[in-house]
Design a protein around this ligand. Structure first.
Ligand SMILES: CC1=C(CCC(=O)O)c2cc3nc(cc4[nH]c(cc5[nH]c(cc1n2)c(C)c5CCC(=O)O)c(CCC(=O)O)c4C)C(CCC(=O)O)=C3C
Ligand SMILES: [Fe+2]
Length: 374
């Protein structure tokens, strides 16, 4: 690619965002689900989950902690790049952060996404966030952006990074020690965010047959289990939403706990391999719902830590940044193009919206009418 080879001068830590108080909950959920066919009952239920925690998602605090830790690692390693924080769905919004980055004079920005995975939600939508932020920038600083352009390059999917596998495996070891009778072999169960089957079929390059999200999750679970010394394990799904008639990846963790109990299993260790930190899905869907289900069933249940609590995860982010910071690397190998353009028009397409016809101009979210929260 022609503009490879020039060093980057800033890092954008790009995440999902979450509410910081009860009054943020509904506008946040509207931002998340605009145009995505999530039924109002589901939204109300999810709002209740947030309100259970005072309307505050753990995600922002966790991201800020990770950013602090990352800055410390940069300092220790002599990496001089400033780290900025932006989100898809809540403040600080990516649009505002990219404007700040631009006004601060940075023109080559490496983007670290907090999702490790392929698929629309985990990969392509982050490209859309970048494209939307750039479109906003064009409106906000119209005089200069064409003459003095900015480049944002997303770091590719990192689900198979050695440090993530090792951190998740160690978390399983710690969790096992918390079981009430640690001498019995517990059942090891991995979870990741369910997505509609149609979205999974569209995940990854169409030429590779799709299914890349579920294949990555399965491979990550296998690698972690092997590393933790388990030959037998299950990998299931959690946090499905959408209308009931739409099929999503299954089984769900709660249904799975029932079948395990029916098989005579007494002890379960659940590791949320699909989540980099203790998002609301982890602290609600696993620590509340699944834990309660396990109690009802009389299962001894422990949820293992997410990798975000392990310092090796921060080192891994720094390693990724170091790998790409000099501007080297083939963009095709990265699987993505710059500035929010995706590598191929048929990669990880959003299935709940009409997909682009072959050869059509890439859709971006520039015309997206998300409510900008006040
Ligand atoms: C694959 C995947 C990841 C992992 C990749 C990544 O990390 O990006 C992820 C992460 C997250 N999802 C999150 C929150 C929500 N996801 C929702 C809805 C949905 N997620 C989906 C998929 C994923 N989601 C899908 C297919 C939907 C249906 C609607 C749609 O097609 O868009 C809804 C709407 C209500 C509901 O339907 O549950 C909410 C509130 C939060 C923040 C949590 C916090 O506050 O701590 C995080 C990190
Ligand atoms: Fe989600």
């Amino acid at each position: 690619m022609s503009d490879s080879g020039e060093a980057f001068d800033a890092v954008l830590f790009l995440s999902f965002g979450g509410p910081n108080g009860p009054e943020d909950v509904m506008p946040f959920l509207e931002n998340v689900t605009r145009g995505r066919g999530v039924p109002p009952e589901r939204l109300e239920a999810v709002a209740e989950h947030y309100l259970h925690f005072g309307g505050v998602s753990p995600i922002n605090r966790l991201n800020l902690e990770m950013i602090d830790a990352l800055r410390a690692v940069f300092t220790a390693r002599g990496i001089g790049l400033p780290v900025y924080f932006g989100n898809r769905n809540w403040h600080p919004l990516a649009e505002d952060t990219v404007e700040k980055i631009y006004r601060d004079g940075h023109r080559r920005v490496l983007v670290f996404p907090t999702s490790a995975w392929a698929g629309y939600s985990g990969c392509r939508q982050y490209h859309e966030d970048i494209a939307r932020a750039l479109a906003a920038l064009g409106q906000r600083v119209p005089a200069s952006i064409d003459d003095d352009p900015i480049l944002l390059r997303k770091i590719p999917q990192y689900w198979d990074a050695e440090a993530m596998i090792a951190a998740a495996a160690d978390a399983i070891g710690r969790a096992r020690g918390e079981l009430s009778a640690a001498d019995v072999a517990p059942r090891l169960v991995f979870t990741a965010h369910s997505i509609p089957l149609s979205a999974d079929r569209a995940a990854g390059p169409a030429a590779d047959g799709g299914g890349l999200y579920s294949r990555q999750v399965a491979a990550a679970a296998r690698a972690v289990a092997t590393r933790a010394g388990y030959r037998d394990f299950d990998q299931v799904w959690q946090s499905r939403s959408g209308p009931p008639q739409v099929p999503w990846l299954e089984p769900d963790i709660c249904d799975h706990l029932e079948s395990l109990r029916a098989q005579g299993v007494r002890q379960v260790v659940v590791q949320p391999v699909g989540f980099v930190s203790d998002h609301l899905e982890v602290v609600w869907d696993l620590d509340n719902e699944a834990a309660e289900k396990a109690r009802e069933l009389g299962l001894d249940y422990v949820r293992a830590d997410t990798v975000g609590t392990d310092p090796r995860f921060i080192e891994m982010i720094a390693d990724l940044v170091a790998d790409y910071a000099d501007g080297g690397g083939d963009l095709t190998a990265l699987g993505c193009a710059d500035n929010g353009r995706t590598c191929r028009s048929e990669c990880c397409v959003p299935v709940s919206r009409p997909s682009a016809a072959p050869g059509a101009v890439e859709p971006t979210s520039a015309g997206d009418t998300r409510r900008s929260p006040d």
